[in-house]
Design a protein around this ligand. Structure first.
Ligand code: DON
Length: 577
């Protein structure tokens, strides 16, 4: 009791002081009050998740895919060529997470013009979609938005890849797709992550002829890590796309097959939906953090939420608190909570006026910081969602170009449906809409009206690749997978590198926390030191300890010195060259 009073009297859980000495005093007071040694704030030891490169770097959640990206760089391709080759390859080697049936975001820095570009090729609700399409007898049926034909939104992956290649690439689609085709045709070794996802989803995979044929053995058993998986039909589809993938995917025979599949199974996506799909070049958003400029994707991405959180934590004294210290983590928790409350205002800007510039102003950030100073609402513990879909990849090349790309089919194996002849796995991105106000989605994110289903609308996303510059030049890039833990994970890895000066491998390895306001429970990785966890509990936080929170990759960039790391939580590859 005395201890908890002493802790509360420091008010450190709600302090966002700009005063370093005061912050340090709070940390000290805490350590003394708790009669425990301060947790070790040393960086986690670098592991074999990291690599160094002289001319460039590719980081992916699949080592085979990273190798595809490096191969393209070695053949003279630039970061855009390499990123799309990596994306196509990871669609083959981690098909539970992403692929040509999905969509994503690409943040691009082109060195020659010192310019940033944000490409939105997010899936889109079909023209026949309606706000009440997931209500049955007046009640929301969330399962309809997750599994099955109504969950599918119009895929954007191929349109996005094509748009990026045509604008900034130097190679043709077939050259870029060659490594992916080879992996699909010749087979690849299932990663431990993929084997785990197949095991987790096996009962659902059994119900789909295409998925069971490819991802289960003929006797119905599951492949183990290291077993070879072959995706012959996907290889054929990639080849069939030729060098005009948009014409073939959205208008040609792939479109015809996809629309026919939809019609036969009661889906909403029509030939017109496919023909009308367009990727959108958007203006990247940015905000300063210390001496850096952080660039991110605008809505419907949650990039702005990361920028708001960084802004609220831009006190300059975080390092003095200590990386795993309770006062630092308490600040993170309160700022994350307020950031996620603001996230409710984010949605597709074509349908809802998202005041993104206002949300990034100093006055709004100050207001967020003030809100974080006030007490949180009563915690309502809930189980975290099991989900490790989505794939992030990062490329930096010798000419200074950088691409941060996150792509997804949403939850693991998307809608758990495939078009067998095409080898194409359908996304369940409709679940990223609000099925009904207040109804949580697969990530326990509660829906708001702004994110209601509308025909032709893009659902709000947590995917948030970032690129950070100093004096106008990129110095790091990061991105992740894991639903809303992408937002908190990218935030923490960025802070670990920018404020705590960790190298990418140490930053990615640091134990992470996650708070998303609703449900109001702090998720903490079990690797977080026990003393830190109990200090947070003594501050009044209800914690839920989980094995891992999403996966984040990062690259730091300096002339002739690229350092990259993938996340051991999910596996992958970081390959320099
Ligand atoms: O765009 C989004 O926010 C989600 N579809 C991302 C899903 C995801 O990261 C899956 N992994 N947990």
């Amino acid at each position: 009791m005395a201890v908890s009073k002493a802790v509360m009297s420091t008010s450190c859980r709600i302090q966002l002081c700009a005063d370093g000495s005061r912050a340090t005093a709070i940390a000290l007071a805490l350590a003394i009050a708790l009669f425990v040694a301060p947790p070790s704030y040393a960086a986690a030891p670098p592991s074999d998740t990291s690599a160094a490169g002289v001319r460039g770097m590719v980081v992916s959640e699949s080592e085979d895919a990273a190798r595809a990206g490096v191969e393209i760089l070695k053949h003279g391709g630039n970061a855009v060529d390499s990123a799309v080759a990596t994306a196509l390859a990871v669609g083959v080697t981690n098909p539970a997470a992403c692929g040509i049936g999905g969509g994503g975001f690409m943040l691009i820095y082109i060195a020659k013009t010192h310019a940033f570009y944000a490409l939105d090729y997010r899936e889109t609700a079909p023209l026949q979609a309606r706000p009440d399409m997931f209500l049955r007898n007046g009640k929301p049926d969330e399962e309809l938005a997750r599994d099955g034909i109504l969950a599918v939104a119009v895929p954007g992956e191929i349109a996005g890849i094509d748009a990026a290649l045509r604008r900034f690439g130097t190679m043709k689609f077939q050259q870029i797709a060659a490594p992916a085709e080879k992996l699909a045709e010749g087979g690849f070794a299932a990663s431990p992550h993929l084997a785990g996802e197949i095991a987790h989803l096996a009962p659902k995979l059994k119900n789909d002829p295409g998925l069971s044929q490819v991802f289960l053995k003929p006797d119905g058993s599951m492949p183990k890590a290291g077993d070879t998986i072959v995706e012959t039909n996907l290889a054929a589809t990639l080849r069939r796309l030729g060098d005009d993938p948009v014409a073939n995917f959205y208008h040609g025979e792939v479109a015809t097959a996809l629309a026919a599949f939809m019609k036969a199974h009661g889906g909403l996506i029509s030939a017109a939906d496919l023909a009308n799909y367009r990727p959108i070049w958007r203006n990247p958003i940015r905000r300063r953090y210390q001496g850096y400029e952080v660039y991110a994707m605008p809505p419907p991405s949650s990039g702005g939420v990361v920028l708001e959180m960084l802004g609220a934590l831009d006190s300059g004294h975080l390092a003095g608190l200590g990386i795993d210290s309770p006062p630092y983590l308490a600040r993170l928790i309160e700022v994350m909570r307020q950031g996620f409350i603001d996230r409710e205002q984010y949605a597709d800007p074509a349908f809802v006026s998202v005041e993104i510039q206002r949300l990034l102003t100093d006055s709004h950030i100050l207001e967020l910081r003030e809100r974080a100073l006030h007490k949180k609402s009563a915690p309502q513990p809930q189980s975290p969602a099991h989900d490790h879909g989505t794939s992030n990849l990062l490329v930096a090349d010798k000419d200074g170009n950088v691409v941060a790309l996150t792509t997804t089919i949403n939850t693991v194996f998307g809608a758990k449906l495939s078009v067998p002849a095409l080898g194409l796995i359908l996304n369940d991105e409709m679940d990223d809409f609000a099925v009904a106000p207040g109804v949580p989605n697969a990530y326990r994110l509660e829906g708001e009206l702004a994110n209601q289903v509308r025909p032709g609308k893009r659902p709000l996303s947590s995917m948030t690749p970032i690129i950070v510059t100093r004096n106008g030049l990129p110095v790091m890039t990061a991105g992740g997978s894991g639903g809303p833990t992408i937002v908190s994970g990218v935030l923490q890895v960025a802070l670990d590198i920018l404020a705590f000066h960790l190298d990418p491998a140490s930053a990615v390895a640091e134990p992470r926390i996650h708070e998303q306001a609703a449900p109001d429970v702090v998720l903490v990785e079990e690797a977080m030191p026990a003393a830190t966890r109990s200090a947070l509990e003594q501050m009044g936080y209800k914690l839920k300890v989980v094995p891992a929170l999403g996966a984040v990759g990062a690259i730091t960039i300096a002339p002739g010195n690229f350092r990259g790391a993938f996340d051991a939580r999910k596996g992958g590859g970081a390959l320099g060259y």
